[in-house]
Ligand binder design. Structure first.
Ligand code: KG4
Ligand code: ZN
Length: 363
């Protein structure tokens, strides 16, 4: 069984191909980062126009990389939400057109589920790790034993704790009440004079810090598994003002201060994300943890999970953490195997969610 996945929910145009063993046969990404960087963030109209330009070549490249043709595909999966409406429309309509002309079944995929299902993918090329297959077996073993997996989904638009139960149903355990973690990285980077996207920049600059800056506060949101990251963003802004980093000074920006503040910010976000995920996993007696989404590419976050967790932690390789088509193909494969087929009425759902609080009672 071979599934092609198309992803155009935000600012990456991507097509990925997986087979039934989860092997990633291709994962082509056309990033728009440089286009949006000059505006300091994503411009939705520009994003959707760029998807129109990139989507067909990206799909063709994925097929030729995998040395496959249309007749080899069993299903075509596409992200239909959540995301930017104008961007989602491009992928969904291209997928419908391709399915109509080739007769290949269409499967709509929830982008958030895609991020989590990336944990089952087996990367190829430079990302290939022996561990991928072990991770997959481990997760299937935990679910097969009737245990749940606690999933932390951290991206530019989402910060959610989602419980995946042994029936493979998702249940929302907690979510951000304001900014997503990635959004906090991006906005804080802007205050620090760093380019978009802010996550990798903050990680790079924080790694150069030589003196420990005064720690920034942590919003624990006690009594719930919800998050809040708007306060830390304001704390960064206030300290940046106090230290003369923001607004951008005329002369040289004091690099040591920027590095210290970037590290204090990163330490705070990582501490909150790891601590709350470990607590939730313990309360729900989970057998493993998955960390997924663009922010899961963060080195110190990955290290903190591996060093602090007693439970096994699965974090996809970086190319499968940030938005990509292979994770959509993975989720499409799971849905297709489950019997899901979508018709021409498949529409974009910009506000699509994953799991819901009221289903938690059944856990
Ligand atoms: O999942 P993703 O590619 O797109 C969304 O669905 O939002 O996540 C993008 C987010 C951005 O906010 C970006 O700054 C963040 O992931 N990110 C990182 C790192 N790499 C990407 N955040 C922290 N550290 C990183 N290394
Ligand atoms: Zn994403």
């Amino acid at each position: 069984m071979i599934v092609l996945g198309i992803e155009t929910s935000c600012d990456e145009t991507s097509a990925g191909i997986v087979d039934e063993s989860g092997a990633v046969l291709a994962n082509t990404v056309a990033t728009q980062v440089d286009i949006h960087a000059r505006y300091g963030g994503i411009v939705p109209e520009v994003a959707s126009r760029q998807h129109v330009i990139d989507v067909r070549p990206v799909i063709e490249t994925a097929l030729s990389t995998a040395e496959l043709s249309w007749s080899d595909l069993d299903a075509l999966a596409v992200t239909h939400g959540p995301g930017l409406a104008g961007s989602l429309i491009v992928g969904v309509n291209v997928a419908k057109g391709l399915c109509a002309s080739t007769g290949i079944p269409l499967v709509g995929v929830n982008h958030l589920e895609g991020h989590i299902l990336a944990a089952w993918a087996v990367a190829a090329g430079k990302d290939a790790g022996e561990d991928d297959r072990k991770d997959r077996e481990l997760l299937d073993g935990v679910l097969g034993d009737g245990k749940s997996v606690m999933c932390l989904l951290v991206s530019g638009g989402h910060t959610e704790l989602v419980l995946l139960d042994s029936d493979r149903q998702f249940h929302l355990v907690g979510e951000t009440r304001d900014d997503a973690a990635g959004e906090a990285f991006d906005k804080s980077a802007r205050v620090l004079g760093l380019r978009y996207p802010g996550g990798p920049e903050i990680q790079r600059v924080a790694a150069t810090a030589t003196v420990e800056a005064e720690p920034l506060s942590r919003a624990w949101m006690k009594g719930s598994y919800d998050f809040s990251f708007s306060g830390i963003k304001t704390a960064v802004l206030n300290r940046a003002r106090r230290e003369g980093i923001y607004p951008k000074p005329e002369g040289e920006i004091p690099a040591e201060m920027v590095a210290g503040l970037a590290k204090a910010f990163q330490d705070s976000v990582v501490d909150v994300l790891v601590t709350k995920t470990l607590e939730a996993a313990a309360q729900y007696e989970c057998g493993a943890i998955i960390v997924a989404g663009g922010v899961a590419a963060n080195g110190p976050l990955r290290e903190a999970f591996f060093s602090r967790s007693d439970l096994p932690v699965v974090i996809p390789p970086i190319s499968l953490c940030t938005d990509n088509g292979a994770m959509i193909a993975m989720s499409g494969l799971a849905r297709f195997t489950d019997g899901r087929r979508d018709g021409w009425s498949l529409d974009v759902e910009p506000g699509l969610r994953i799991g819901s609080r009221d289903r938690l009672a059944a856990v």
